[in-house]
Design a protein around this ligand. Sequence first.
Ligand SMILES: [Zn+2]
Length: 238
Amino acid sequence: MRAVVGVFKSALRATNYAAVGRVGRLARPPQLRKFGAAASSPACWNCDRKSVLKQHMICSDCGHLQDVDAAINYFELLNFPTNFNLEGQQLTQRFRQLQTLVHPDKFSNKTSREQINSADWSSLINKAYKTLATPIERGQYLLQLEGQQMPQDNSALNKEFLMAMMERNEEVEEAQDSAALAELNSQIVRELEAMTKQLGSQFEAKDLAGVKGTLVEMKYLLSIQASIKQKQQSLLGS
Ligand SMILES: [Zn+2]
């Protein structure tokens, strides 16, 4: 039993979230801006005017692509309100629009600064999209914007939940064929969907302790899902 908990703990650490990593060539760790904090953008590096930026990236006076703003709020970048609930299709649509706007091919004849900037923006937009597209990552990111971190241990979980998870893990170990594994997996998918809804209400109610508990539980389910997948692959291979 201790061994099983150990496996979960390392799963928890392995997926531990670091949304605010280094971006492009920036050496300083970016500081996240809080909700609603106005972005005071520096003057345009090309025309030196403090113009409004189009899509947070492009000088509206001279049209030059600005340096990447690694501290930008991912929701703002993708033109969404900073809320947990968002529409997946709309997110993908906006992601594609932004990627088209900064696509490196468009800058191959431009200044080298813009070429660098287009690559930097492109990778930041990718990262923002990946973060917002996955409920668990979106939840952790939002928690971070609220100035909170994920717990590093099991303290947010109750014994019943841990016991139930160990049973689930045993069920995976004992499953004999891929149909049984698929059934276990679809159960988890349903639970994760319900938890995603729960996260939405918890964020709305500013119940951040509840949010943390739900996120940790989701991570456990994801780790079980990973072992289901692993076992399915080994069944296919044999
Ligand atoms: Zn300009």
